[in-house]
Design a protein around this ligand. Structure first.
Ligand code: 9WN
Length: 469
């Protein structure tokens, strides 16, 4: 099927393909739209996911800045009193038996004194903080429309800024009591890169106690179970959820007793970039100086923290296992964290770019497209079809593209954009792709895949002549 699609694609011009892609991406976002928020995917993920929503808002900003703002507004309506933005807001209208663990499993979180009013219920985990970047991009997109749109977006920034500040403060305090500049996660789901080999070492030390039986609804939505995490991984995920629930979702209790406690470099780097975006938002909304100074401190501390995680041998950053008190070795895309944080020295940037283009990642000679696999084919934990163990992810390509442009590496950014779009033209709006064959895997009609396509094709400076927004 892939070969057939590729033949069709080759006979059409880039422009025709791009115009079709924009129309298809917009239609996917419309179909996954529930009114105020967007399902991460039509059947596999029928709820609102935190970092998906931020990326979706970036895509929506090209279609309708008010709707894009609403996406974030809806998510932040479920912010916890601590400032935490939950990783999932459960959709009360989701079909029964569609996602596990769902609202009924997490309902206990609502009894925490910090939880928002329920229903809808939320999980008590969180995900990487792309939100400030999204809010700023909505405001920038509105600025290209007219006065009215700009005024509406400025008033949206005024409304969301204190919530974003509380979110980043939560991460800088509850999730970094050591003031290391690095965010601690207590579940692989919080990383957004769930079954990445990054977590193998730390998860191996988690002793699963007596397990209840549970359904794997996720497997009904993919062609082959190998595309999703294995049952040994799921047992651990659910065991960790059980311990978090037992701790009453209390951050302090979790920090003291939880067996999986890890400093996540990708999450931390996204927070640095988000703090830079928050500073720009603070400027627009004329926030008090003390708040801006605080955000500057957080961003600086984040960069220093990442610097300490740099590993000369891997030419990348490594996550840190707080329980075992050692770095977690492995070659995954998360190691490019400093690129995402930005502000690197020329030497560090050269080392990162060298690694990115090397046979360990995007320069591997057998890749279908020169895009970095989520895990290097040279890593022991690599598996080309299994979720975050090898497939390439459009959302990761977007993050790298965005970071490379911020770093002024526009040539490489453009090569990634073209290859990533070719991948989607040939395989559709998949959640992830087999890196050697290009086979689309996981969910189809994945919302954030559609969103990044819109951003790649409709960002002003990139728009092909004559392309409609
Ligand atoms: C668990 C929604 C989410 C993404 C994550 C991705 C996957 C969930 C799952 O789907 O995670 O949160 O059930 O596998 O790993 O990054 O936000 O698209």
């Amino acid at each position: 099927m892939v070969a057939q699609a590729e033949r069709r694609v080759r006979t059409r011009s880039w422009r025709q393909n791009a115009e079709d892609l924009v129309a298809q991406a917009a239609s996917i976002l419309r179909r996954n739209d529930t009114g105020d928020w967007t399902r991460a995917a039509p059947s596999l993920y029928p709820h609102q996911w935190s970092w998906d929503s931020a990326v979706i808002a970036i895509g929506l900003a090209h279609l309708d800045t008010c709707r894009a703002a609403q996406e974030l507004r809806t998510l932040f309506a479920h912010q916890w009193k601590t400032g935490k933005v939950p990783h999932i807001v459960f959709n009360p209208k989701a079909p029964p038996h569609s996602y596990y663990p769902g609202a009924e499993h997490w309902a206990c979180a609502a009894s925490s004194p910090d939880a928002p009013p329920a229903p809808p219920y939320t999980s008590c985990l969180c995900q990487p903080p792309v939100h400030a970047i999204a809010a700023l991009r909505i405001w920038e997109a509105a600025g290209r429309e007219d006065e009215k749109a700009r005024a509406a977006a400025t008033s949206f920034l005024r409304e969301i800024y204190p919530k974003l500040l509380a979110w980043h403060r939560y991460l800088a305090t509850f999730r970094d009591p050591e003031q290391s500049g690095l965010v601690t996660i207590y579940h692989p789901w919080a990383s957004g890169t769930d079954n990445s080999p990054r977590w193998d070492g730390a998860l191996a030390a988690v002793e699963v106690g007596e397990m209840f039986t549970y359904p794997r609804y996720d497997l009904q939505h993919v062609d082959d179970p190998s595309e999703r995490p294995a049952s040994a991984e799921y047992d651990r995920y659910l065991w960790l959820v059980k311990l978090i629930k037992r701790a009453g979702c209390d951050e302090g209790a979790i920090y003291r007793s939880h067996p999986f406690l890890v400093k996540d470099v990708l999450f931390s780097a996204i927070l640095v970039a988000a703090n830079e975006a928050l500073l720009e938002i603070a400027e627009v909304v004329e926030a008090p100086d003390e708040e801006r100074e605080l955000v500057v401190v957080w961003a600086g501390r984040g960069r220093q923290g990442l610097e300490k995680c740099w590993d000369e041998k891997h030419n990348m950053c490594l996550d840190y296992d707080l329980r075992a008190d050692r770095p977690l070795r492995g070659r995954t895309v998360a190691g490019f964290a400093p690129l995402i944080a930005g502000g690197q020295s020329p030497q560090r940037l050269a080392a990162l770019l060298g690694e990115l283009g090397s046979p360990t990642f995007a320069g591997h000679p057998e890749l279908r497209w020169p895009l970095p696999p989520s895990t290097s084919p040279q890593d022991r934990g690599f598996h080309p079809r299994s979720y975050w163990r090898g497939p390439t992810w459009p959302v990761v390509n977007w993050l790298l593209w965005w970071s490379l442009r911020q770093a002024g590496e526009t040539g490489l950014a453009e090569r990634i954009r073209r290859a990533a779009l070719d991948q989607i033209i040939s395989g559709g709006f998949a959640e992830y792709f087999e890196p050697f064959t290009g086979e689309p895997l996981g969910s189809n009609s994945q919302s954030w895949t559609a969103a990044v396509v819109l951003d790649w094709l409709l960002s002003d400076s990139l728009r092909e002549p004559g392309m409609a927004a």
